[in-house]
Design a protein. Sequence first.
Length: 294
Amino acid sequence: MMLRSWLFVPADSEKKLAKSESVPADVIILDLEDSVAAENKVQARGLAAEFLAARSAASRQQVWVRINPVDQPEADADLASIIRARPDGIVLPKPRSPEDVKLLGRRIGNYEMEHEIHVGSTRILPVATETPQALFTLGDYQKCDQRLAGLTWGAEDLSAAVGALANRDAQGNWTSPYQFVRNLCLFAAHAAGVSAIDTVFTNFRDSEGLRHSCEAARRDGFHGKLAIHPDQLECINQAFTPNAEEIARARQIVVLFEANPGAGTLALDGMMLDIPHLKQAKRILALANMTDDS
């Protein structure tokens, strides 16, 4: 299954939780962190656990939970409440380095053993760029174990941490520091061999801006995108799914190389192709097959 669209849902809102079951998100992220006020944390944990326990085994959606930062006491309370309900994964905010992912993995493992869940089955997606110090260890995510499912990035907490007046320019483009951070996350994910997930597009009423953001992210090598509103999901899913033209072209390239075994360079429609083109064609076909299976 392709995990293209990741929708945040405040876990303290019964109405939004109920609605999330019918939206076309590949992943629902039950949020226990920023969207939940401190006085609602306990209620949110209970609702998240109930939602996980009640979900249908036939659901096509994965359900993940964004806990509180691992260095805060709320994080262990989050894990104690939800791991027993078997989430597909944990979204980790504000990691200081990959060591926080390893620490979280050990804590999850203890709860998995306690509740007779296969150890290692709960995956982790860190929001890897929300603290300044985290930027200097992004390359070390390749040393994490199989729990690491991907890397995503965020600009809001990071810009607040450094006192930036804005993280986008007058045209809505990322300013230089945050474009740099985005690129680091992209390459760190690929270096670690995991999915690169683009950050949220905060203006959920700007459908054209979202479309442009999604197309740029897929062009550059991201595999999916975080969402903050159900109305963003169709655009995200479409952008990160190979279209018919891409699939047909990819099949042509694969067939051409199969018909010419041992060839390193071939011509197709006036364009010279080599092994990187073949690899990309195979990747597109694999993505198309994953879409068909979802």
